[in-house]
Design a protein. Structure first.
Length: 233
């Protein structure tokens, strides 16, 4: 099977015991990509935090300078002037109770949801449906806001949300394999800069424990953390 051979070949090109500079890792990732589609490039960062403790939760959002290489479908819960603002900014779906009813009926053809503060009563009723899918608007990441236009534009231009999982790992997309290596590098450095600044004061010991990048079909490539930190000003 050709795919199996390709996966084996990609794995053999990477020394799992070695830590690579970001430039080396991106070169390996791009040269080893074999899928017939434009694979997503992901980063996994294992943090020295205990997410079960509220004072060690790491969560936020960042606008990647070079976007994600895909069109983002943005849904906005708003009425009146805020609804018009959302439409003018390029939101794909704008509404209120009508959208909530569609979602209750099982419709989820959107990638991110934004809401004006006055709509949170409506949004709260479908929180159990939005929450598990990572679609619940939240003021901490700027998706519950009065500045609807800005939020829509940021989402469209490549804003990603990150949240540490139970195992202490943050997973995030940082672009596509087709991206120039420099653009991927800039996206990764931007995300890492924000993650480092988000270190909880309650977190003790080593904060950045392991960083790995991979493409959708490719193996993980371990990153040399001190070298990566040196890129972040």
């Amino acid at each position: 099977m050709a795919t199996g051979k390709n996966i084996k070949k990609a794995k053999e090109a990477i020394d799992r015991s070695q830590l690579y500079s970001l430039d080396e890792a991106l070169e390996l990732l791009k040269s080893g990509a074999f899928a017939k589609f434009d694979e997503t490039v992901d980063i996994s960062v294992r943090l020295g935090v205990d997410p079960r403790k509220a004072d060690q939760m790491v969560r936020g959002a960042v606008v990647l300078p070079n976007g994600l290489g895909k069109s983002v479908r943005v849904l906005v819960f708003a009425k009146g002037e805020k609804a018009q603002e959302a439409e003018s900014a390029g939101a794909d779906f704008v509404g209120a109770d009508d959208l909530a009813e569609k979602i209750q009926g099982g419709w989820f053809d959107f990638d991110t949801a934004i809401a004006s503060p006055d709509m949170m009563g409506t949004v709260g009723k479908i929180g159990r449906l939005l929450g598990p899918r990572g679609l619940m608007p939240n003021p901490k990441v700027g998706t519950v806001t009065m500045d609807i236009g800005k939020a829509v534009q940021e989402a469209k231009s490549g804003k990603i949300e990150y949240r540490v999982e139970k195992a202490g790992i943050v997973h995030a997309p940082v672009g596509k394999v087709s991206f120039d290596a420099q653009k991927l590098k800039e996206n990764i450095v931007s995300l890492m800069d924000v993650l480092i600044k988000a270190k909880p004061s309650a977190a003790k010991g080593t904060y950045l424990k392991k960083i790995t990048i991979s493409s959708t079909m490719g193996p993980g490539i371990n990153i040399d953390i001190p070298q990566l930190q040196a890129l972040i000003k």
